[in-house]
Design a protein around this ligand. Structure first.
Ligand code: PHE
Length: 455
């Protein structure tokens, strides 16, 4: 063990009533994995892999996870546990400087905004699950048109309301009585559903072509653009840059190893993404469909495959339930960021903070729900729909800034947070080297690229 007992230091100011809330050790791992695994893995990862060249892209993604994702994830958890506050006050508690906490506040804002449009897609998955189980989804054969009809109506708002309401209900029950309790059940359940679907996909006739597309690297397809997309995806899928892991980290007990948690969360996140690929591509190829389809991949392409598969309605329903659960556990973590902030900042009760955050988030999210083919689809901000603008601003601007702030803070401004990570020897040196030298320029690069300053 280290000469210096890292666990014996002051635990920082415990803020308000939230100071007492803690995860159990398994509960934290499950909740952090639940946050990481989401639409990013199951919906976005397959389709960007389809666009950016299959297996070579998967390899790039893994490299980005190791070089950037893991170090920043550990940094966020350490800041949270050392600062013992929400995504903004943790910085203040550790540095005493308002400037850092302002940047932390961007994460609070960002999480809130992500929830507002992320819950739209989460709502779609609930609708698709239901209509697959009932068979309504397979009445027609033009799935693109069905998707269009559904998203252009008003019912997505109701589904969004439902998923946000459920999330609020869980969060209001607290960290151990709500968030952790649900994650401990839902994440293993997710694994079971995933494995069933993977077994089905891998045994379809002609599945081999899909496996090959997904797992055999063709490096000629790699471009600068795919590298940056892989890096951005590493951020989004690990839930870093938005203060989520700072907030969750503030509930972690002193005895828990953050290094091990980092490995578990990264490994779990990658595993679920790979399995998602092993469901989507074999299924897509087996039915002679096109993998490079973009966001509609799972909503347009997969129903076509499920419709011509024995017991397809059940498998399709399971698949969409899987997406819904994954999205739900991510929303729990996203909403907790502003909820924790409101509790700290205004000394609100958990119930009050949750009710307000969820309600306002729903209202802010309605325009997003109506902008994908609905009445607001022609309303553009800088050439983008409301949904796309929010996605763009949060994923491409707020997320890299958040990641950069975390990296610089721990690398240069807070020895205390650095020690909190509990690394020693070579691991510590490698981590600090990555945080100081490698990661900041990479983040600046994704940022400049994604806002179009370099191409
Ligand atoms: N990691 C989640 C996903 O892959 C999304 C997310 C982003 C959650 C940022 C929290 C914070 O879908």
């Amino acid at each position: 063990m280290s000469k210096q007992d890292l666990n014996g230091g002051t635990s920082g100011p415990a803020a308000g009533e939230k100071g007492g809330e803690r995860f159990s050790s398994l509960g934290f791992i499950m909740s952090a994995i639940g946050s990481a695994i989401g639409l990013g893995n199951l919906w976005k990862f397959p389709y960007i892999t389809g666009i950016y060249g299959g297996a070579a892209f998967v390899l790039l993604f893994i490299i980005c996870l190791v070089i950037v994702g893991m170090p920043v994830l550990l940094a966020e958890m350490a800041i949270g546990r050392a600062g013992r506050g929400n995504a903004s006050t943790s910085f203040l508690n550790l540095s005493g400087s308002k400037r850092w906490s302002f940047f932390g506040f961007l994460g609070v804002f960002g999480s809130f905004m992500i929830t507002s449009f992320y819950s739209v897609i989460a709502g779609w998955t609930l609708h698709y699950a239901l209509s697959s189980f009932t068979g309504a989804l397979y009445k027609g054969t033009d799935y693109a048109a069905q998707f269009q009809t559904f998203t252009s109506g008003y019912s997505p708002i109701a589904w969004q309301f439902l998923i946000l309401g459920l999330s609020g209900w869980v969060i209001a029950r607290g960290v151990s009585g709500g968030i952790e309790k649900f994650n401990k059940v839902l994440i293993p359940a997710l694994a079971v559903v995933l494995l069933i679907l993977m077994a089905r996909a891998l045994t379809l006739p002609g599945a081999g072509a899909g496996i090959e597309f997904f797992l055999k690297p063709d490096f000629s397809k790699l471009t600068g653009e795919s590298t940056l997309v892989a890096l951005g995806q590493a951020f989004f899928s690990m839930s870093i840059g938005m203060g989520v892991m700072i907030t969750y980290g503030s509930y972690v007990q002193k005895e828990q190893s953050l290094g091990k948690a980092t490995v578990a969360v990264t490994g779990g996140n990658l595993l679920y993404a790979l399995i998602a690929g092993l469901i989507v591509f074999p299924t897509t190829f087996s039915f002679g469909l096109e993998p490079a389809q973009g966001p509609g991949l799972v909503f347009v392409v997969l129903p076509a495959a499920f419709s011509s598969m024995p017991l397809g309605a059940a498998f399709g329903g399971l698949f969409f339930i899987l997406l819904a659960i994954a999205a739900f556990t991510s929303i729990l973590s996203l909403l907790e960021v502003p909820v924790a902030f409101a509790m700290d900042r205004w000394k609100w009760s958990r119930l009050k903070a949750t009710s307000w955050t969820t309600a306002v988030c729903f209202i802010v999210g309605v325009p997003s729900a109506l902008s994908v083919g609905g009445v607001l689809s022609d309303f553009k901000i800088g050439g983008k729909t409301v949904f796309d603008s929010l996605d763009f601003v949060t994923s491409n601007i707020l997320l890299p800034i958040g990641g950069l702030v975390v990296t610089l803070f721990i690398a240069y401004a807070s020895k205390r947070a650095m020690e909190e990570a509990g690394l020693k020897g070579t691991l510590l040196r490698v981590w600090v080297f990555l945080l100081r030298i490698v990661i900041p320029p990479l983040i600046v690069l994704i940022f400049l690229y994604s806002v179009g300053i370099i191409s």
